[in-house]
Design a protein around this ligand. Structure first.
Ligand SMILES: Cc1cc2nc3c(=O)[nH]c(=O)nc-3n(C[C@H](O)[C@H](O)[C@H](O)COP(=O)(O)O)c2cc1C
Length: 185
């Protein structure tokens, strides 16, 4: 796939089904992420792939976390939490892991992680893998961050849901760029 084609046409796919990406496809995504712009070449991130029983375990933890947020959560909300991870066969949890650096501030290391996440999405799209970047309250809830062994300094940046698109991907919208650029002469 032409690079520009992917850049201009990638869309998120919310409805995903099995199979998830193969090991080879995930490796391509990781290699793409490792080519993302990265001040100081620190590779300030790590990732965890959640599949199979891991999705069920994560669903249980989401329900526990939801009850901690609101002990009066209604049964539908709790049921939704259990089902949430099963919206895809594979979830890649992307964690920024910044370290103190004399020239590369923490913010830039978080930005480098986001750039890596974006590269992963594009590499998924290029391999016809449906993917969507999700966050929400779950990525900062202690029950979830502890389950993924996040250190104090780390941040969960994305849960990238992946699988086969179960709907025809919508075409990418075409937007006018004019309000996003000013020119200095
Ligand atoms: C940092 C970040 C967090 C996001 N969190 C969510 C989320 O929690 N739920 C969601 O549906 N979309 C989330 N999105 C947006 C989608 O991944 C997606 O980009 C958006 O719906 C636009 O669709 P498109 O990628 O097809 O243009 C997030 C995107 C980013 C960059």
């Amino acid at each position: 796939m032409e690079l520009l084609h992917g850049l201009l046409n990638r869309v998120s796919i919310q409805r995903l089904e099995s199979p998830g990406p193969t090991e080879t496809q995930v490796e391509v995504m990781l290699q793409a992420a490792l080519r993302a712009p990265d001040h100081g070449n620190l590779k300030p991130w790590r990732s965890v792939m959640v599949t199979g029983e891991g999705l069920t375990k994560l669903g249980g933890l989401l329900q526990k976390a939801q009850l901690e947020r609101d002990p009066d959560s209604d049964p539908q909300t709790l049921e939704r939490c259990i089902k949430m991870p099963h919206r895809a066969p594979s979830i890649l949890v992307l964690i920024a892991s910044p370290t103190p650096h004399p020239k590369v501030p923490r913010a830039e290391q978080i930005q480098a992680t986001a750039a890596a996440g974006c590269a992963m999405l594009l590499a998924a799209f290029a391999q016809n893998i449906g993917a969507v970047w999700r966050t929400g309250w779950v990525v900062s809830h202690p029950t979830i961050t502890q389950a993924f062994d996040l250190k104090e300094s780390e941040e969960m940046i994305a849960m990238i849901y992946m699988g086969m698109p179960s709907v025809t991907p919508r075409p990418a919208p075409v937007l006018s760029s004019q309000e996003f650029i000013k020119h200095w002469h």
